[in-house]
Design a protein. Structure first.
Length: 334
């Protein structure tokens, strides 16, 4: 019972903090909003890295595609927010299919380097294609989030919409994790050769996980530009990749709620120790080290530390074997 309560505590605290931000307003709304956007981004990364056991350093590329497509369509062509977001996700998914089909045949650090190159290429495109992306000047005046004619103009309204989107992403991740597809990804994570021996098409499942993660990243990129109202190449740089990895491992890689917990902790922790001033970075780094040492599976898997190992079943007593007494030759019948 204690282990179950401990396992639910990080997720419950994250939900309570988001609810408090909605009620309190002010600066906490911005922090919670960015945390929820990163929770969506890390959820996609978790499907590819946590479920399928693959390495990806290029998730920021698909976030950039989704964000820039949505920004250009809403500012230049006056598209509504929802169709622009949908087309941005479609474009990111299409690019993931084209890029992933040849790339995902690689393994290990070769795959990691290939995905890193994807992120760098997209970053350079956003810088150099100035006629569309405006380069380092960026695109401003991006309209806020809106659904079916309703525009979330206030910060609290945007946070409510972000909460709904993040909850939907968590729910979809849970469905994926507990589906036949998710179990195949877990098998692939354990051993590609063993999964192939079980009849799993390794390349196809890796590509499907890669495309799904790209879709989540594109949604996060579109949400970000509409919440901030501005987009530039630096937003989707390597800093986004580093933050995503940190949130994933702090929250709990391979868990459903780990991305949300990690995003809340990484966004809120610097604000709680801001009064330390010169020692802020030192305390922040020490806190992350302590978390990773005492909760190597992430905060969302704390309950596993309290689970007692199951005792092996006791062997059932065997019935006594009747003793066979051989007759003496002199006692044998004629």
């Amino acid at each position: 019972m204690a282990g179950r309560l401990l396992a639910l505590a990080p997720t419950a605290c994250a939900v309570v903090l988001v609810g408090y931000a909605i009620v309190a307003g002010g600066y906490f709304v911005a922090l919670a909003g960015f945390a929820l956007i990163y929770a969506v981004f890390v959820t996609g990364l978790n499907i590819f890295m946590g479920y399928a056991g693959q390495a990806s350093f290029g998730q920021n590329a698909f976030a950039a595609i989704g964000g820039y497509v949505s920004a250009v369509l809403t500012t230049t062509w006056d598209w509504p927010t929802l169709p622009a977001l949908g087309l941005g996700v479609t474009g990111a998914v299409a690019c993931a299919v084209l890029i992933g089909w040849p790339t995902l045949r690689l393994r290990g650090h070769y795959l990691a380097m290939a995905t890193l190159a994807i992120g760098l290429i997209v970053y350079e495109i956003t810088v150099q294609w100035q006629s569309v992306t405006q380069g380092y000047m960026g695109i401003s005046g991006i309209p806020p989030l809106g659904v079916f004619g309703y525009e979330a103009a206030s910060d609290r309204a945007q946070l409510v919409l972000l909460s709904i989107v993040a909850a939907a992403c968590m729910g979809s991740a849970w469905l994926i994790r507990n589906s036949r597809f998710g179990r195949a990804l877990v098998a692939l994570s354990g051993s590609e050769d063993a999964a192939r021996a079980l009849g799993i098409d390794v390349t196809r499942y890796k590509l499907a996980a890669f495309v799904l993660s790209a879709g989540y990243a594109a949604v996060a990129g579109s949400l970000f530009v509409h919440v901030v109202g501005f987009v530039s190449p630096e937003i989707f740089g390597m800093n986004m990749v580093v933050l995503g990895f940190t949130m994933l491992y702090v929250g709990g890689i391979g868990t459903v709620t780990g991305p949300l917990v990690g995003a809340i902790v990484i966004n809120m922790l610097p604000e709680t120790i801001r009064e330390l001033k010169d020692y802020q970075d030192l305390v922040y780094g020490a806190a992350l080290i302590v978390i990773l040492i005492y909760a190597p599976g992430g905060l969302a898997s704390l309950g596993a530390l309290w689970r007692r190992p199951a005792e092996p079943p006791k062997p059932e007593p065997r019935p006594p074997v009747p003793e066979v007494v051989e007759a003496h030759p002199s006692e044998a019948r004629p």
